[in-house]
Design a binder for this molecule. Structure first.
Ligand code: AHR
Length: 502
């Protein structure tokens, strides 16, 4: 089968915001405790942070990490996580029915971010709490000193302000499962007043307001219209979330779910434009897709804890073990964000360590890369620059959720310096190789630097502590530039990163 991709150097979509390669750590399961923090682990540093995990995170260059939730944040008292460890309270977390001794709080998290080469994106609790806790929290974090909350931080040992610039106004407030769930009207008013107060403290902060938890939510897309009506002038980004599952074990239907993602972004962009017009505003609100990933492998095993009465500490929750098929899905999601770079300015893979995560750890044992680590890594390393429009002429299929789904899923990025061009390509066909041709219009001196590829005879193949290199990328030959066109043969069910010097 043949597929033709037309690009041109001048046919651009938008600059890709580096922040689309951000991630997320919640006080959930073993994300924090025995994930990033495990005093006594052979690789732990003086602060108790696991060095093996820090190395794996640093390599991804993930620019921001969202914290501390997630559902957790909606009943969280940030004050519990500051001050001397021995006097921090142990609390029951209502979201995940677990116990948390609060040994990690905002100060330690900011320290960890510095070590990991990333920055914090913090969420305030608009579920059980509200404006007052949020304004105190930002003062505690960001004021240099000379006020009650900033002096408290200094007294706790952090003399310099954390200067956190990216703040989420709650989490998934449209979800009935959320502690303190609200109607769009109630939430919109609260988010607006809280955002206003945070801006009165520092007008340079960027604020993210909650959109829908999923495009299947019964309140979608009215929720967005109402919330934006209240908050448009105060906020910068609208948060969306989406998780993907292949419960029916139908690969083609599964991989077509990026079409739902694309439609979701398209619809929400329309709602943003509608409110912008209604308000006669010049301001552009953009999308923060601050939770996305594959999430379904662990659903059954999680029921015992989520429905039980044990309140365990740092249990094995949401520990999806990803397979090779998920590489193709994650590659497709990242391609969608790159193609929608004009609208999506932040995206956070959810999450980063142990909990539906690209990085796994064993308590007291090794850390390893899950299969999905690789597409996230490559997009973050090579997907920075300008997203180019890529017009695909190739075979398609009809799936449950959409017709005419292209077998070839592609995004193309020209690097910020302009000297590199990268094609991220998924061949979704179950059995056929795709002959890719792409005339490199405007890139007369292009040459292939590297073709990185992931394939596997078994879609269910996984990596594990015992076998961490079962599903790994390899460099392949055969991809060339001839007469100004890129020529490549893409095996069935393959994920490809074709790097060109231009
Ligand atoms: O990432 C896991 C959970 O998914 C988050 O806590 C919540 O925001 C979402 O429903």
């Amino acid at each position: 089968m043949k597929a033709n991709v037309t690009i041109h150097r001048d046919f651009t979509i938008s600059q890709v915001d580096d922040r689309v390669y951000s991630s997320f750590l919640e006080h959930l399961g073993r994300a924090i405790y025995t994930g990033i923090y495990e005093p006594g682990h052979p690789t732990a540093d003086a602060d108790g942070f696991r060095g093996d995990v820090l190395d794996l995170v640093r390599a991804t260059k993930t620019p921001y990490v969202r914290y501390p939730g997630g559902n957790f944040v909606s009943a969280y008292n940030w004050e519990d996580g500051v001050g001397p460890r021995e006097s921090r309270p142990t609390r029951l977390d209502l979201a995940w029915r677990t116990r948390d001794n609060n040994h990690i709080g905002v100060n330690e998290f900011v320290d960890w971010c510095k070590k990991a080469g990333t920055k914090p994106m913090l969420a305030v609790n608009l579920g059980s709490r509200g404006l007052d806790a949020a304004r105190n929290f930002i003062e505690y974090c960001n004021h240099p000193g000379g006020s009650y909350w900033s002096d408290l931080r200094r007294q706790h040992g952090w003399k310099d302000p954390h200067n956190v610039k990216l703040w989420c106004l709650g989490n998934e407030m449209d979800g009935p499962w959320q502690v303190g769930h609200k109607s769009a009207d109630e939430y919109g008013k609260l988010a607006n007043e809280t955002g206003k107060a945070m801006r009165l403290f520092d007008k340079s902060v960027e604020l993210v307001v909650c959109g829908s938890s999923h495009s299947n939510m019964p309140t979608f897309p009215d929720w967005e219209a109402t919330v934006l009506d209240h908050t448009y002038d105060v906020i910068d980004h609208l948060s969306l979330h989406m998780y993907f599952a292949n419960k029916e074990h139908n690969t083609l239907n599964y991989l077509a779910k990026t079409e739902t993602l694309d439609r979701y972004i398209q619809t929400v962009s329309g709602v943003i434009d509608y409110v912008k017009a209604k308000k006669r505003s010049k301001k552009n609100v953009t999308i923060s897709f601050d939770e996305w990933n594959v999430w379904y492998h662990s659903h059954e095993q999680d029921k015992k804890i989520l429905e039980g009465d044990d309140w365990p500490d740092a249990p094995h929750l949401l520990e999806d073990i990803y397979n090779f098929e998920d590489v193709l899905q994650v590659g497709g999601v990242l391609n969608t964000f790159i193609r929608r770079a004009d609208r999506v300015k932040i995206a956070c893979i959810a999450q980063l360590v142990n909990v539906i995560a690209p990085i796994m750890t064993e308590t007291g044992g090794p850390a390893w890369k899950q299969t999905i680590y690789y597409p996230f890594l490559f997009a973050s390393l090579y997907g920075r620059g300008t997203s180019l429009r890529a017009v695909v002429d190739g075979p398609t299929y009809d799936a449950d959720i959409a017709n005419d789904v292209p077998y070839l899923d592609v995004s193309v990025v020209r690097s910020t310096g302009g000297d590199a061009l990268t094609f991220f390509v998924v061949n979704r066909h179950l059995t056929e190789t795709l002959d890719l041709t792409s005339a490199l219009n405007g890139f007369p001196a292009a040459r292939v630097v590297e073709h990185i590829q992931m394939t596997h005879p078994d879609l269910n193949a996984v990596n594990s502590a015992a076998n961490p290199d079962n599903v790994v990328p390899k460099t392949v030959g055969g991809t060339v530039v001839e007469d100004g066109a890129l020529l490549s043969k893409l095996p069935p069910l393959s994920y490809n990163v074709i790097r060109l010097a231009v």
